[in-house]
Structures are given as structure tokens and as C-alpha cells.
Design a protein around this ligand. Structure first.
Ligand code: ATP
Ligand code: MG
Length: 334
């Protein structure tokens, strides 16, 4: 049985969908491995929920960091486990179409492709993520008009300007939502002498973070433990502390967006100011992010609906329209 599948392996979340619409999986990019046997104990959201509660012989691995493959074997195991969940047998002829960051090196691209092949795919076509995202939001990347995209992910942020089926300028920073979470955890350690779990740090960012100060008066009480004696405590965290912790990273992300747009040829630049920019990726939901970008770059920036699913939607469209796209797009094939 032949099956066409789109795969978006992300630093925090991996999505897999079939071209016929029969399967859609969205799982945390986590593989829990029993280090005594080497067997997989769990993957995805349920492995993620158990982080911090696992026995010591179970170690949680992530296939990606900063947007690209760091552990090829873990990436292959995660994809295989998702194939199993999707009901693909070892006999299925799986044709994979995957997204890869535009900034990924040829070694990183090869690692991702090999991971899909090791997982059992018969072939794997890579499409640069900004192109997939632009197609996912419905932009016509093959026309001689600027198609701008700002991608704010969990491990990296990328801005790209496409025209005539290819990337004209792109800039990225290997900073994403997970780095903001780490900065929040580290600010709490310094300020209150407490350690919080990665999940708590993430929820503080998502629920309290605001980039133009609109949530400044909000507070949350979160569970923590003291650094010195390890006592469980509750800490009241204000939005101001969260905003202060993430400010430097946000500045670096905004700087890279400006650099990319600053390098655009004048005609395309004109298109961008007229058409505005779509902001995608999970972190596009961070409060005030599109407003801050609009303010900083002077062009209307809008977050699309379900911004974390734009890339997989674009990949699915590519799968369904591959024949046409092959003629007009430069598909990455390393
Ligand atoms: N409501 C929200 N507010 C702020 N951030 C959010 C919200 N929802 C999700 N995020 C953040 O979005 C990030 C995940 O985004 P996304 O799923 O696009 O990343 P990814 O594809 O896994 O990573 P990458 O593409 O960088 O490898 C996480 O850091 C998550 O905390
Ligand atoms: Mg992503």
C-alpha cells in the first residue's frame, strides 16, 4: 500500500498527516527511552506529561534543538512510532514530504531525510519551512510578488521573503519559545531562589508574557522548590518579571526580522508594505507579538489562525499539488 505523508518535525512538537486526510497526529517531540534495554518506553504528549516523574533508568530525548536535528536516531524512532500510530505497517510504501528550516546546513538536511528513511519511508522530499508556511497561509509563492513570512517556533525564528518559487532573502535566529521558557526559569532562580519545571516556565510565558506591557498587572501563583534545601513552595510571579526575563530574546528576534526585511530588493519591499506580513509558528500566539512587530518594522503583521499548523497545512497542499509545484518550485533534495 502506498501512502503520501506530510511530516513537520519541530523542536517542541511534531505533526504528521496523510494526503487523503485520514490521519492527523500532533505530538510533543519527546522520546522516552529505557537506558537499560534501549527500548522506547513512551513518546509524544504522554512522555512529555511524565517528565520529572520518570524513574532514573528512563531518559527523555528530543530529536531537535534550535530547530534542527541533533539526534538522528531519536528523530528516526519518533517518526517510526508515529508511523505505527498512524497504522502504517512495515510493508507500507510511505512517501514522506518534510519541512526543513531554510537555515539548516546540508548535513542537518541529510540527517532529517535519513531519519525518515530509517523510520521506514521509501523516500523523503524536503521543502524549506518558510515556503511550506507561505503555501499554508495561501500565498502564491510562484508569482513575481513578495510572499513574506515570519516564523516564530519553539527552537528558532525565521523570516523569509519569497518570490517566483524561491527564497529571496531569509534571516534566522536559533532562539525560540523554549529559550524564552529557560530565561523565565532562570529569572525565578535568581530572584526568588526557586526552581520551576519546564512546563511551569512555559505556562508563565504563555499566560503572563506580553510584549507591550498589556498584562503588566497580572500575577500567577506557581509550584516550585527552593534551590537550597529543596522545599516545595508556591511563588507569586508577576507579568513584569516574565516580560523582563524574555525581553533580550525578543529583541534578538525582532532584530533578525528587521535585518531580513532590510535586505529585500526595493520592488519586493514595496509589495511587503502593501500586502503586510503573516506571522506563523506557535510563539506567534505570545501576547502582543504581532503588534510589537508591526510597531518595529512599520508593516502590518498579523498572526494567522492556528499558527503552529501552517507548515503541515502547506506540506499537505504541496503533496496534493506536487505535480504542478514540481514545475514551479525549487524543492530541496540533498
Ligand atoms: N499561547 C501561546 N503563547 C505563547 N507561546 C505559545 C503559545 N502556544 C504555544 N506557544 C509556544 O510556541 C512554541 C512552539 O511553537 P511551534 O509548535 O511552532 O514550534 P516547533 O515547530 O515545535 O519548533 P521549531 O519549528 O522552532 O523547531 C513553544 O515554545 C510554545 O510554548
Ligand atoms: Mg516548526
Amino acid at each position: 500500500m502506498a501512502v503520501d505523508v506530510a511530516i513537520d518535525v519541530g523542536t517542541t512538537t511534531t505533526r504528521l498527516a496523510t494526503a487523503d486526510g485520514s490521519v492527523f497526529l500532533r505530538e510533543a517531540s519527546v522520546v522516552a527511552v529505557d537506558t537499560t534495554t534501549g527500548d522506547i518506553v513512551d513518546i509524544g504528549d504522554s512522555a512529555m506529561r511524565k517528565i520529572g516523574r520518570d524513574p532514573r533508568h528512563v531518559v527523555n530525548f528530543r530529536p531537535l534543538a534550535n530547530g534542527t536535528t541533533i539526534d538522528f536516531d531519536v528523530a528516526a524512532r519518533l517518526i517510526r512510532a508515529l508511523f505505527d500510530r498512524a497504522g502504517f505497517s512495515r510493508m507500507s510504501r510511505v512517501h514522506a514530504t518534510m519541512s526543513v528550516p531554510a537555515f539548516a546546513t546540508s548535513i542537518e538536511r541529510r540527517a532529517l531525510r535519513q531519519a525518515a528513511l530509517q523510520a521506514g519511508a521509501v523516500d523523503a522530499t524536503l521543502i524549506e519551512a518558510p515556503i511550506a508556511a507561505a503555501i499554508g497561509v495561501g500565498l502564491h509563492v510562484d508569482e513575481p510578488v513578495a510572499a513574506p513570512i515570519i516564523m516564530l517556533g519553539g527552537g528558532a525564528c525565521e523570516t523569509a521573503l519569497m518570490s517566483l518559487g524561491g527564497i529571496v532573502t531569509a534571516k534566522s535566529v536559533r532562539i525560540g519559545g523554549s529559550h524564552l521558557d529557560e530565561s523565565i526559569a532562570s529569572a525565578l532562580r535568581h530572584r526568588y531562589g526557586v526552581v520551576v519545571s519546564p512546563r511551569v516556565a512555559e505556562s508563565l510565558k504563555n499566560e503572563l508574557g506580553s510584549l507591550m506591557g498589556s498584562r503588566r498587572r497580572d500575577v500567577r501563583v506557581v509550584p516550585a522548590r527552593t534551590v537550597d534545601v529543596g522545599l516545595p513552595v508556591s511563588v507569586e510571579v508577576s507579568a513584569e518579571v516574565v516580560d523582563g526575563a524574555i525581553a533580550d530574546h525578543v529583541r534578538s528576534i525582532v532584530r533578525s526580522v528587521k535585518e531580513c526585511l532590510g535586505e529585500a530588493p526595493p520592488d519586493l519591499s514595496q509589495d511587503v508594505s502593501v500586502r503586510g506580513i503573516h506571522v506563523v509558528g506557535g510563539m506567534a500566539q505570545l501576547h502582543d507579538f504581532p503588534e510589537l512587530l508591526t510597531h518595529e518594522v512599520g508593516v502590518a503583521c498579523t498572526t494567522v489562525v492556528q499558527p503552529d499548523l501552517v507548515v503541515i497545512r502547506g506540506l499537505l497542499r504541496c503533496l496534493n499539488e506536487l505535480q504542478t509545484l514540481h514545475r514551479s518550485l525549487r524543492l530541496t533534495d540533498v
